[in-house]
Design a protein around this ligand. Structure first.
Ligand code: SF4
Length: 214
């Protein structure tokens, strides 16, 4: 999961960004920088993350947290724009615990996160943003596994070609003698492609078998 530092918000003093509100999982409350408890009524509200431009995103559920003390707060206009209405409202996503754990790991292991960005993220950037595979055509773990396998074979071929070139790749493939039996014993999967296999117009230019990472 990628991490984004909370951007500064134009109308908010930095001191009153949500990261400076302490969440208490026991009571399911937030403590604001002025020492007031923000409580929830326990209801879940649907929130859409759909981006019409990218045709991605779905719906998650959030809870709202607020306190009646906002109206008497001396820093109300530094904390929220909603000075006439309910005061400050904190929105907590149903997946916030996982997001927090992920953010903690990234903040405390920056080097590992930078390596992950260099090694993995551009792959998904190319596949999703440049090639447009922002969703799968098939459903079910096994079928999606196969669909993703074909996409990654195409990616691996293109990447290898751009690094070593077609001639060198073909030379290496001619010498390649994979030990399929051993791969299967180690829990690997083998995907067999025929010459006619296609993926949304991308022809997999292969007539031999590839091993997919398990
Ligand atoms: S406006 Fe409300 S939430 Fe913000 S600091 Fe004041 S009491 Fe706390």
């Amino acid at each position: 999961m990628a991490f984004r530092e909370q951007p500064s918000v134009k109308h908010l003093d930095k001191k009153y960004l949500v990261e400076n509100f302490q969440y208490n999982p026991k009571n399911d409350t937030y403590l604001c920088p002025q020492g007031q408890l923000l409580k929830t009524n326990g209801s879940w509200y649907k929130k859409s993350h759909r981006s019409e431009k990218r045709k991605t995103g779905g719906t998650t559920r959030v809870k709202h947290y607020k306190t009646p003390f906002c109206q008497m707060c001396p820093v109300l206009n530094q904390c929220t724009k909603n000075t006439e209405g309910r005061g400050r409202v904190i929105e907590r996503n149903e997946n916030q615990d996982a997001v927090d754990r992920n953010n903690f790991r990234i903040k405390t292991q920056r080097e590992l996160y930078n390596r992950r960005q260099q090694i993995c993220e551009h792959t998904f950037g190319t596949i999703k943003r440049q090639w447009g595979f922002t969703y799968t055509l098939l459903k079910g773990l096994q079928k999606v596994d196969g669909e993703m396998g074909i996409i990654f074979i195409c990616y691996n071929l293109r990447r290898t070609i751009s690094i070593v070139g077609v001639k060198k790749l073909l030379k290496k493939l001619k010498k390649w003698k994979p030990d399929y039996k051993n791969m299967l014993n180690q829990g690997g999967k083998i995907l067999f492609l025929k010459k006619s296999d296609t993926m949304r117009g991308v022809v997999a230019p292969v007539n031999f078998s590839y091993r997919l990472a398990a």
